[in-house]
Design a protein around this ligand. Structure first.
Ligand code: NAI
Length: 466
């Protein structure tokens, strides 16, 4: 067995781990990263954010060419879909970006170990790859992310019934696709296949979609998604899936807790994600987890065992790539003797549907529950000249500010390019801005960002065009 030594060994090469590795190396820490998969980048890059955005973009272009351009006076006589090429483009983007991380690792002299890591003792990680390597390190950072959660009674076969990874790689457009779960993933993947021609039925256990997002925004989004043709059925708890027939004729029957079973030819199970801690050796050293299996950390990301840290999905909270990256940076900056910090109240979240949904800070529901006095400003995209030019006039911006101090508490956007518009709102929250600060910042005309400005005005002295 080979032995190696480093200052810091990071377990996991996703947005938490690889970003932490880069920052640590830049700060002069001798850093190693252990990753099980050949390609760095984790779920986000290989089978999550990046490939899904590639498919969302392609499918939106296709749907636009087929239906959307008519409104602009452009008709495309015969729009054809080449699914294989569409998938190749997605795979190409993933390949290029993962190679980019390899390049950054080399440039920053980060040691890369390919294999499964297990913490065998404090300061000792054993890597089971082509050969077994034992790494000793002063610090260990766990950034192993999460894996898809299961529905009791539903067995995935990876062909007819699968998780989000299957939903990124169908080799033909399913005729009837059932998506179990109306969360971020369900709404994004459901949108992709609906635009590409599938009849999509989304079965959601709760009485709303997108749990965690502002409920007023989620209600409006539900109306728009239904208008687009997504068959979203709320209060539908899936209890099992039966497979009928074999080979090309095989199909599925999705069983519900009450109500008629739903027949379809493919099923995607996207009901949340759980921490990835199996086989990590947490019990060998006594790293504490909570009742849901997430690793417990303090404000500096230290676990219950000295010298062992954890960031990203594996510690819970918002399961977002950028949250993991920021935690990774904060953790290693503290290790290097600096001060690492993540502003959890200013982390933006984006659902890349059409229209997009983006938010930062507190939801109105959370403010009501907390009994907080707030002011609310709303402005609709239909009043924006730029939105009209784009022919994307659905949606709104909602600004929430403290009733006494006017300090921004949250911004919620449903509308065109919401994912880009939220950036200035996140910065405003990070800087402790008031709604008036946002309202008095000069926004270029005509841009979609004026809708943010008008909503901020509406939270105070009133919108100009309202
Ligand atoms: P989620 O937790 O957002 O939604 C899962 C949904 O499944 C919930 O609404 C839940 O009520 C429902 N559900 C659970 N059991 C069910 C059953 N038996 N029958 C019917 N419905 C059931 O989880 P999702 O969409 O899988 O996303 C996982 C994580 O990944 C999220 O935390 C999300 O933040 C992150 N993500 C972020 C994206 C982004 O930033 N654009 C994109 C995709 C995922």
């Amino acid at each position: 067995m080979a032995s190696k030594q480093h200052d810091l060994v990071i377990i996991g090469g996703g947005p938490g781990g690889y970003v932490a590795a880069l920052r640590a190396a830049q700060l002069g820490i001798d850093t190693a990263c252990v990753e099980l998969e050949e390609r760095l980048g984790g779920t986000c890059l290989r089978v999550g954010c990046i490939p899904s955005k590639a498919l969302l973009e392609s499918s939106e272009q296709y749907a636009n060419a087929r239906d959307g351009l008519l409104a602009h006076g452009i008709s495309c006589a015969s729009v054809k879909l080449d699914l294989a090429k569409l998938m190749q483009r997605k795979d190409g983007i993933v390949a290029e970006l993962t190679k980019g991380i390899d390049g950054l690792f080399k440039k920053n002299k980060i040691a890369r170990y390919l294999g499964r890591a297990e913490i065998t003792a404090p300061g000792v990680v054993s890597v089971d790859g082509d050969e077994t390597v034992e790494i000793t390190a002063k610090h260990i950072l766990i950034a192993t992310g999460s894996t898809p959660a299961a529905v009791p009674g539903v067995k995935l076969d990876g062909t007819l019934i699968g998780d989000s990874t299957l939903g990124l790689s169908f080799d033909r457009v399913p005729e009837r696709l059932v998506v179990i779960g109306a969360g971020y993933i369900g709404m994004e993947l459901g949108s992709v296949w609906q635009r590409l021609g599938s009849q999509v039925i989304v079965l959601e256990y709760l009485d709303r979609i997108l749990p965690g997002t502002d409920s007023e925004i989620a209600r409006e989004a539900l109306r728009l998604f239904r208008k687009q043709g997504l068959d979203i059925r709320l209060q539908s708890r899936v209890t099992g899936v039966q497979t009928l027939g074999k080979g090309a004729k095989a199909s599925c029957l999705v069983e519900l807790d009450g109500g008629e079973p739903v027949a379809c030819d493919r099923v995607l199970v996207v009901v949340g994600r759980q921490p990835n801690t199996a086989g990590l050796g947490l019990a060998n050293v006594g790293v504490r987890t909570n009742e849901r299996g997430f690793i417990q950390v303090d404000a500096q990301y230290a676990t219950s065992v000295p010298g062992i840290y954890a960031v990203g999905d594996v510690i819970g909270g918002m399961m977002l790539a950028h949250k993991a990256s920021h935690e990774g940076i904060a953790c290693v900056e503290t290790l290097a003797g600096g001060h690492g910090h993540v502003s959890y109240d200013a982390i933006p979240a984006v659902v890349y549907t059409e229209p997009e949904i983006a938010s930062v800070g507190a939801t109105e529901d959370a403010l009501k529950t907390a009994g907080r006095e707030y002011r609310k400003g709303v402005f609709m995209f239909r009043a924006s000249g730029r939105a009209k030019a784009l022919n994307q006039t659905e949606g709104r911006v909602k600004v929430l500010a403290d009733a006494a101090t006017d300090r921004l508490l949250g911004v919620h956007i449903l509308g065109p390019r919401a994912g880009e518009l939220i950036a200035e709102c996140a910065m405003a929250l990070e800087f402790g801005a008031t709604a008036e600060d946002l309202a008095r910042t000069c926004h270029a005309h005509p841009t979609l960002s004026e809708v943010v400005m008008e909503a901020a005005l509406a939270a105070g002295s009133g919108a100009i065009h309202g």
